[in-house]
Every structure is written in C-alpha cells, then in structure tokens.
Write a protein that binds this ligand. Sequence first.
Ligand code: BDP
Length: 595
Amino acid sequence: MLIAKDTPTRDRRSLDGLWRFLLDPDAIGRRDRWWEKLPTGAVEMPVPSSYNDVYPDPAYRDHVGDVWYETTFRLPPGWAGKRITIQFGSATHRAEVWVNGRSVATHEGGYTPFEADITDLAGPGKESRLAVAVSNVLTWQSIPPGYVEDTPAGRRQRYFHDFFNYAGLHRHVWLVATPKSRIEDITVRTGIDGPDGTVSYRVEATGAGSGQLITQATLTDATGVAVARASGPEGVLRVRQARMWQPGDGYLYQLTVELRDGDSLVDSFPLAVGIRTVEVDGTRLLINGEPFYFRGFGRHEDTPIRGKGHDDVFMVHDFALMEWVGANSFRTSHYPYAEEVLDYADRRGFVVIDETPAVGLNMGLGGGIFGTQGFTTFSDDTINEATQQAHRQAITELITRDKNHPCVVLWSIANEPESDTEASRAYFEPLAAQARILDPTRPVGFANVMLAPPDKDLISDLFDVLLLNRYYGWYVDNGDLTAAEAHLEAELGAWTAKHHKPIIMTEYGADTLAGLHAVVATPWSEEYQVALLEMSHRVFDRIDAVIGEHIWHFADFATSSGVMRVDGNKKGVFTRGRHPKAAVSHLRRRWLGAP
Ligand code: BDP
C-alpha cells in the first residue's frame, strides 16, 4: 500500500475533523449493530487525536474496550470508475471499519497504516456512512502486551510499558482514488559508486491488465531536472556526480514511477529518494562511508490534550528544538511514528532508529513503575507463539512502510525485552533473521535492558549494533555519581570486550522536576540532571565503541499512574509543554560548542 497522495492519476480527500464518538464500556456496540448508526449519547471527537484527555471525565481516560467513531462522506463525481479506498494512518490498537453497514477492513496493531477497499460500496455523489470500532485492549498476544484486570471500579488495562496507553484514531484518515490498474508498491535501494549514486528500484503493479503495462522510472533532482531514466518494473538508475543524502543535509531526488498503456498514462507516483549507504564496520556505523555519531533523544508521540494524535505544529516545533540543541538523530521509541514524521526527518536530514511497538516483553522489570510483577515472560499463558506471530507482523509492517526512507538507518525490533534466558533466544532468533530478510540493507538491533548486562545477555550476538538503555545514577547509584561513573565505565568496557560492536546509548537520564534547584546537586533537581549527563558524557568519550548518545528523554511525557511517577515521566530535557530545563544549556555546549 502506498501512502495517499495527489498525483496526475490519483486523488485524495481528507476525512480529518470532528467525528461522532461513543465509548462502549459494556461491549454492546457489536450486538446492537452500532456500525449502522450510533445511538444517542454520542459526542464529537477530533480526528486525529487520542480520545483519552479531550473530555474532563475519567470514563474517557480509563476506558477499556471498543470506542466507536462515525462520520459521513461523499465521493467526488470525478471519481467514477476509480478504485476507492479509505486509508488510516493508524488505529490504536486494533480496528474494524464499516461502510454503509458492511465490514470492509480489520487491522491489528496500533501504529501502522491500513486501508479498506470500498470501490463497490460508495457511489459518487451519494452520502456514505463510515463507522470504525477501535479497541485499546492489550493482551498477552498483542504487541505491546498487557492484560485486563477486573477491579471493584471496573475493568482496568494493565501493561508493562512506561507511557500512557493513549488510543483512538491518531493519524490522518484519507479517502483515496487510484486507478484500478495501479502501482501497488515501490522499493528503492541506493548505493554509492565513486562520485556517482545508484538507485535500484522495483515496482509492483496490480489490477487487470497491469502485466501488459509499461513501467517508466524517472529520477529528477531537487530543481526538477531529470538526471536518470529507465523502463521496466525493475532497474538501476545511475546518477552522475550525485549529491548524497547525509545527516544534516537531507538532499532528496524524486523518483517518478509511471505505468503507461501506449501513450496514455495509467498511474503515476512520486517517491522521495535520498542516496546514501549504511554499514557497520567493526565498532563504527558508517553513513556514506563516514563514521556517524548519534546525538539526540529517545522520544514519544506525546503532547498535551491530543496525546498521541499527530500534530504538525508539535512535529515542526520538536524538530526545531532538537536542531536548536544540536541533535542529529532520534529513536522512534517505542513504536513506529506517523509516516509524516519520517518524511520530515528525510527532508531535515535527521537520522532515525526506527522501532517496533514491541515494548514491555519483560516481566523482570516494572514492579515499582508499572505496579505489576510475578509473571513469567515467555510461557504458554503469557508471551507465546501467538505473540511472536504478532511481533513478526509488526516487524513486517514497520519495514514495509519505512523501507524507502533515507532517514532510517537502523531497525530496533524491541525495547528492553527479556534477553537473558534460553526462551528469549528462541523467541528472538527468528525475528532478527526475519528483519534481515525483509531488509538486507540496514543493520538490526534491539534496546537492551539493564537487567541483562554482558555476562547475562544471551541474544546480542544475533544483532549488528548494541543499543543500551542504562540508568547509572538514577535507578542504580541514585545520588552517587562517583559510583555511577565507575559502574557505567566498567559495563561499557565489558560489552566492548565481549562483542566488539558499535554501542549506541539509547537511554540514560534522570527524572527532573522543572524549576527544582539545589545547591548540592541532588536527585530530581535540574542540577542533578546536568551532573548525570556530564558524568555519562565523560564516560562515553572514554569508550571508543560508543558511537551515539540518545538521552531519555526529549520531553516529559504521560504515563500510567504509580508511586514512581509524578504527573508522568519527568526525564525530559524539555517539559511536556516544551520549556527547556537546565540540561539544554549543557547539551548546546556539548553538541554545538555553544558558549
Ligand atoms: C526504560 C524504558 C523507558 C522508560 C524508562 C524510564 O525503556 O520506556 O520510560 O526506562 O524508566 O526502562 O524512565
């Protein structure tokens, strides 16, 4: 599936806006056929947005189960004869879609796009009714996992990750018209040959007679001048004296793929292409043959009120803030972000570690933070083969969606899973292999948890890069940065000795209450966050294999409640409203050499 775009042969109409909305706490919507019409009591709900924080009512915030969205639309008269779909950027965590009373799509997984083909269900000009049931329920077999607990106050969703379980229609919804014979997918891979760039492409066409159509591929530079052409469903384009995509300089060519029937244009789709290479060489990660050092953050899609709803204002502002502090990269912790974010990173020359939603596959963690413990991670009743299948699907959907983005240089297939047991090895070995088959051009990693240091970890040999989340000075050695420094350095030395692979510090940091100051840097103060970062950076600078530092976190973010969280996680160097803490000045000095 290609993202909705206006092209000479395609059209799209936004369905964003205020939809009718109803919670279904008693799970009666399906029995009472709410897809035909929502009963009285429906409110208006903005799309895209999480629904949890829009109304001042715990029924929305704490809801568990289906919610129902409903709207109407009309196809433009010019769309007769086209293939018509509805495209959802995401529905968290699963959805069923009905048009005019007919079920047209289901999708599992809350952070990747899907479409419903409604060609035969909605005639041009006539009003059609669109209903979507979205479920926020997490189970042992979903990615991420969770379980529902019955409490005296009602059903409660429990989960093992440290961010609020926001749900709803989080991204754009489009009505899309494409030709019936059409381009279904494009895959590009780029290379560098001396001063030249190469772009190999493969086009998948579908629909009646598509096998007989001629495929043409034209690459234009940023000024619109054609620099290479080829015909056929696959080929290699050579760009003489190419300008490469590189960190900080997101130079993009455009590959226009056309399907033709003689002289007539059947379908056309433009794809942004950045020419660059990525490879791991010893303890270095090379972009275009040059060692790259990651400076940046773990982030969340998280903003006040809209929760995980995509928002262009926050997107542009957050990138501007990251550039202002001197960041060159980030990780999509802990799930695939809206594709618009990757498009923007491509254009801004940001480097991205792209992560699946596989977070919380670790029952050793969490006691204090998430309020749950006492399970075995991998067992028939918990994370099992069905979970692994959902995880496989999540990896496939991530790579399928993001394979053409030059900004993505590394796949992270999980965050802090259990990785020190034979069961974890059996679980991850086929998943790592699958990521490589889907994309042989990028390294693969996972974010390793503190509970699995090098003498315990049993899976890191399956991966290309070590991604380490470490909390020396916070969860251990809290308030004792001297001990923290020694322990961090010793551990990084042990990783290097054992694996001789590049190390990216994908998390380190301290909860920090904005405005809390201390003469002697004590935990929770802005001074302590600065001191912890300074300590960590001293260590990183002494370990040659460390090729990156992603502070946890870019901005304070919402979590479930618990004794370890005061109005969310406070490890941001910005507050949730994007006000800087003192750490920002330290980072500007370190990353930009600012005075
Ligand atoms: C790590 C997780 C991250 C948490 C962070 C923290 O990867 O999601 O938010 O710790 O505790 O365990 O702040």
